[in-house]
Design a protein around this ligand. Structure first.
Ligand code: AGP
Length: 608
């Protein structure tokens, strides 16, 4: 999950590397480091903490160098510390490596190398690669890296520099993304394009087992099997809004408040109101296979998984498909039998989540048609799928996903509408759904208008350390997502549960110190949810309700109510989750927590 950048060109490398690392920090932020070659010597600066700390230490020196690499880390092997921070250096001090991924045979290799006298200075798996390169080096850095990687099992995106090759970078990938940014007389290698935002629009995505040699003259790509290969050059369009804070104190708040716009973008050009129909251009090329499909398997992790759960309810309501939702990391442990014509829909904000990618490979092996619902254009998942839909929601920086979740829910409804209209769904039902979808931007804005009210509630509850979130049917995934948001950025214990499941165990936790957030919007489950609230109240549990505007009955149970606008029962959860996002945000602010980069997490989870 670490961020990697390498640069070679005619400009001073240090400021380019530092700026790139700051943009990559969402991938990991427990330590950072930079190495450059200057006047024939390798220099390395690294340390625990964020890139800003590193930048201060780098401000004065090494500005003459035009080649270098940097890394921002999310610890796997070894605690966050200066000695475990990348770049890692070979025993002879001649080569350095930055790496994202996990070397799975690190234990065996470490023992072999130690037996041959190599001294290790860190607890990381990456240091092994540096020593292996030394072990294999006979004058050609490219060959040494290839030979070293042939001894490695696991995943890597990495960049290597060598003091005897002051005008050369080697980068390679297997399982972890690496992309080349190609400029005029300068080249970047990075774990993703954000590293060289707006500096070039020409990119090449490396494929697994590619090894690229980059010099001031250009680059050449080989495979580990020593074949010279050409990879397609893509032109990317930088989003105008990319990674700007726009006056908000945190990216998370900016991303919560931009949701009327991101929902508008999710719908733009994708509904035909007069026909009660959806049109998703990204699915056109597989539409005939989709029409014939009987079975859809949604795979995702974290927040994207909760969006998938929401999608399951909506797809089951609007279509005749059999729908399953799987946690990607668990799918591989199951002996799944796919019926002919099974469609797999991978949902991912980043498009780089290792667990989701691994599950997709499994499903592909079993013959499924792979589709994606992804935000990051050109990411690995988009390149693995036959077709798919983009969120078009702009870069999401806050580690706690917000705008992408609502966008995912909205697009899943569009997919359900599209597939439903091919089968039994009537034009009038379709028109009603389109009208409901089109109300969402204004309805989300109405929730955002209550930010101060939500802040007041969150502040008054900030003393409690345990939370339950409950909801039924369409609101069940929202309860799970609300709990995840709160624990991610506040580090308090929060559990989501299906309201009906509460009495089977969760209720034991409830007392006057254990509040519950209840998703109690007006739908077919409303009365039952109200009964659950009564059960909590009887046990003195504090209650916060998310209810539909005009509901006065709810105030007989609790005065802490956040109202959301009425809509079709399966669309009401979308504005409701925005209320929970704001609750989590203001709760975390009140408890002085880090918002955009919560401890121990990273935005892009590229390890399994
Ligand atoms: C969301 O708030 C989390 N940070 C996390 O659960 C995330 O949704 C998960 O890692 C999946 O990421 P993806 O959507 O990029 O695949």
């Amino acid at each position: 999950m670490c961020g990697i950048i390498g640069y070679i060109g005619n400009n001073p490398a240090v400021p380019i590397l530092v700026r790139g690392l700051q943009r990559l920090e969402y991938r990991g932020y427990d330590s950072a480091g930079v190495a450059v070659i200057e006047d024939g010597k390798l220099y390395r600066v690294r340390g625990k903490g964020k890139v800003s700390g590193l930048a201060a230490r780098l401000a004065e020196g090494h500005l003459g160098s035009t080649i270098g690499m940097g890394h921002t880390r999310w610890a796997t092997h070894g605690e966050p510390s200066e000695t475990n921070a990348h770049p890692h250096v070979s025993d002879d001090g001649a080569s350095m490596v930055v790496h994202n991924g996990i070397i799975e045979n690190h234990y065996v290799l470490r023992q072999q190398l130690q037996a041959r006298g190599y001294i290790f200075t860190s607890e990381t798996d990456t240091e092994i690669v540096a020593h292996l390169i030394q072990d294999e080096y006979q004058g050609s850095l490219l060959q040494a890296v290839k030979n070293a990687l042939r001894r490695v099992q696991g995943t890597y995106g990495l960049v290597v520099m060598h003091v005897d090759h002051p005008r050369e970078l080697i980068a390679a990938r297997r399982g972890s993304p690496m992309v080349l940014g190609v400029g005029e007389d300068e080249t970047w290698v990075a774990s993703d394009v954000a590293a060289f935002l707006r500096l070039t629009d020409k990119v090449i995505y490396l494929e697994d087992d590619d090894v690229v040699q980059v010099t001031h003259q250009g680059f050449a790509i080989d495979t580990l099997a020593d074949e010279r290969v050409e990879r397609l050059m893509h032109q990317i369009e930088w989003e105008a809004d990319a990674v700007e804070l726009r006056g908000y104190p945190h990216y998370m708040l900016q991303e919560i408040f931009i949701q009327p716009e991101t929902i508008t973008n999710a719908l733009r050009g994708r509904v035909v109101a007069s026909e009660g129909m959806a049109h998703l251009g990204g699915l056109d090329m597989v539409i005939d296979r989709l029409k014939k499909a009987h079975h859809i398997v949604i795979i995702a992790c974290g927040t994207s998984y909760y969006a998938g759960l929401y999608g399951q309810y909506v797809l089951e309501k609007l279509t005749d498909l059999v729908v399953e939702v799987e946690i990607a990391s668990e799918l591989r442990y199951r002996n799944t039998t796919l019926r002919p014509g099974t469609v797999v829909l991978a949902i991912s904000q980043s498009g780089e989540t290792a667990d989701t990618i691994a599950a997709m490979r499994e499903m592909e092996r079993k013959g499924a048609l792979l589709l994606g619902l992804v935000n990051v254009v050109g990411s690995t998942i988009t390149r693995m799928t036959e077709a798919g839909v983009y969120n078009h929601a702009g870069t999401e920086i806050g580690v706690a996903s917000t705008k992408i979740f609502t966008s995912q829910c909205c697009i899943l409804t569009l997919i359900a509408l599209l597939l439903g209209r091919f089968k039994h769904l009537s034009v009038t039902d379709g028109m009603e759904i389109v009208a409901g979808l089109e109300k969402l931007p204004a309805q989300i804005a109405a929730v955002l208008d209550q930010a101060e009210h939500i802040r007041a509630i969150a502040t008054s509850y900030a003393q409690f350390d345990n939370y339950l979130f409950i909801g039924r049917k369409y609101n069940y995934p929202i309860a799970l997502e609300g709990a995840l948001k709160l624990k991610e950025i506040s580090y308090v214990h929060a559990e989501g549960c299906a309201a009906g499941e509460m009495k089977h165990g969760f209720l034991a936790m409830i007392d006057e110190r254990f509040p519950t957030l209840c998703l109690a919007t007006k739908d077919t489950t409303y009365e039952k949810t109200l009964s659950n609230m009564q059960e909590i109240k009887s046990r003195k549990g504090p209650l916060i309700a998310i209810a539909t505007e005009g509901d006065t009955e709810i105030t007989s149970i609790t005065n802490d109510v956040i109202y959301t606008p009425p809509n079709l029962d399966f669309l009401q959860p979308i504005p409701a989750v925005v209320a929970l996002q704001l609750f989590a945000y203001y709760f975390a602010i009140e408890r002085n927590c880090e918002i955009d980069q919560p401890r121990n997490l990273a935005k892009s989870v590229t390890v399994e």
